[in-house]
Design a protein around this ligand. Structure first.
Ligand code: GDP
Ligand code: IMO
Ligand code: MG
Length: 428
């Protein structure tokens, strides 16, 4: 029995897609357990680049089973667009290769509409969401008025649920936000059509994942977003609406914690964030712009410029704790080549003391001043390094610092976007 988790240790975009694709080589099954098409995962194989949002990053292999778990919020229109996009790039998508949970919540047009309207009303306090309807869909799930995949497969059930939902949503859209009411017939017809196209892919994925693990297969759980976007342990309310940490695997894929063997946190060698919210090591000067340019830090889903800053070890230590990480995979260390000095945050100065944990209160966080340790950089390009020994001594010192501070080993070093630009240092 073997199963492991790949999750983001920062604010998303750490390179989860690349690492999932790399690690999927040894897996039989890849499972997405939370989030939706707010995610943007890039995978590069040879000279081809693939951008995935909803479909697990194991899809590029023909012999892997890819699962969209019950914890995911699924926009059927986005799903079919992604299938078409992948098929256009020569990737086969069949019901043997892609399974969808009957319990996944469905993103409806009113979720997307409300996402935008709520952001507008928040004004300068907006979250900077991706506008995909993620928050409103998870809200309905918790409020118990959501529509699940199994519901749209039953004409009568769907009719009843959509009528009930729309009667409330249209009141809110028109009376609270002054928007235009959505048309029942149009949505009903459109989603019944989606339902028929989805039907062949739908199954009870908890049973499937359990059986695969019991059968001795290798199962990889692919996280979306990152630890600091977690609804409980992130920079609330500047977070996404799901549990992005390891705990989300159990509820989002329907398996128990005793069935997971390891969890690898994907950590970028510096820090980025998209959207609003606190970011203690953010750089507003030319150094921030240098990282953005050199690391091509622009969002896959929204195209927005990512905010950039130094590596924050307080964040990585918190991430290791809340997810019980067994190791880190450090990505984009190649981006740092050419810097004379590299700073790393090793604590926050707060109320006259230095702390090494991430405070819950945003007011406290705003008072935290990063304490930096400075490292010597390296000039050599490391994009072609294929073993740990080939890395410059100063890059090794940088990686050692991550291990020492977080008490968690670095099992993989990624030196470029392609699958082959990866150095495996130890077991996960
Ligand atoms: P994800 O959301 O965590 O999957 O990450 P994204 O795909 O949004 O952003 C990561 C970006 O960095 C993508 O463009 C990847 O192709 C790229 N990338 C991943 N790992 C590396 C690496 O080690 N070096 C470099 N230079 N780029 C990388
Ligand atoms: P991947 O999987 C980076 C951010 C948004 C916003 C907040 C809430 O590619 O790492 P939402 O639409 O989820 O309600 O937006 O979360 N966000 C991400 N940031 N990477 C992502 O996904 C993200 N998914 C959501 O920018 O700040
Ligand atoms: Mg991304």
């Amino acid at each position: 029995m073997s199963s492991f988790i790949v999750l983001g240790a920062q604010w998303g975009d750490e390179g989860k897609g690349k690492m999932t694709d790399y690690l999927a080589e040894d897996a039989n099954v890849v499972v997405r357990f939370q989030g939706g098409n707010n995610a943007g995962h890039t995978v590069e194989v040879g000279d081809k680049q693939y951008k995935l949002h909803l479909i697990p990053s194991g899809i590029l292999y023909d012999d892997k089973v890819n699962i969209i778990g019950n914890g995911v919020v699924l926009n059927p229109e986005a799903l079919f667009e992604e299938i078409e996009y992948l098929e256009g790039l020569g990737v086969k998508i069949t019901p043997e290769k892609l399974l969808i949970s009957d319990r996944a919540q469905v993103i409806m047009p009113y979720h997307r509409a409300l996402d935008g309207m709520k952001e507008k009303v928040r004004g300068k306090n907006d979250i900077g969401t991706t506008g995909k309807g993620i928050g409103p869909c998870y809200t309905d799930k918790m409020e118990r008025s959501g529509i699940r995949v199994c519901d749209i497969l039953e004409k009568d059930t769907f009719k009843e649920k959509l009528e009930a939902a729309l009667s409330v949503k249209n009141e809110i859209i028109t009376k609270v936000f002054g928007g235009e009411a959505l048309d029942f017939d149009k949505i009903y017809k459109q989603y019944l059509d989606f339902a028929e196209r989805i039907r062949p892919f739908v199954t009870d994925i908890s049973v499937k994942v359990y059986d695969e693990i019991k059968d001795g297969k290798n199962v990889l759980f692919e996280g979306a977003q990152g630890t600091l976007l977690d609804i409980d342990y992130g920079t609330y309310p500047y977070v996404t609406s799901s549990n992005t940490i390891a705990g989300g695997v159990c509820t989002g894929a329907g398996i128990g914690p005793t069935m997971v063997n390891s969890a690898v946190g994907i950590a970028k060698a510096y820090t980025t964030r998209v959207g609003k919210g606190p970011f203690p090591t953010e750089l507003f000067d030319e150094m921030g712009q240098w990282l953005r340019d050199k690391g091509h830090e622009y969002g896959v889903t929204t195209g927005r410029a990512r905010r950039c800053g130094w590596l924050d070890l307080v964040i990585l230590k918190s991430s290791a704790r809340v997810s019980g990480l067994t190791s880190f995979a450090v990505t984009k260390i190649d981006t740092l080549a050419g810097l004379d000095k590299i700073k790393v945050c090793v604590g926050y100065k707060f109320n006259g003391k230095v702390i090494d944990y991430f405070p819950a209160s945003l007011k406290s966080l705003a008072q935290c001043k990063p304490v930096y340790e400075e490292f010597d950089g390296w000039d050599e390009s490391i994009a072609d390094a294929r073993s740990y020994e080939e890395l410059p001594e100063n890059a090794k010192k940088y990686l050692k610092k991550i291990e020492e501070f977080t008490g968690t080993k670095v099992s993989i070093v990624s030196v470029g976007p392609r699958r082959d630009q990866t150095i495996k240092v130890s077991e996960l």
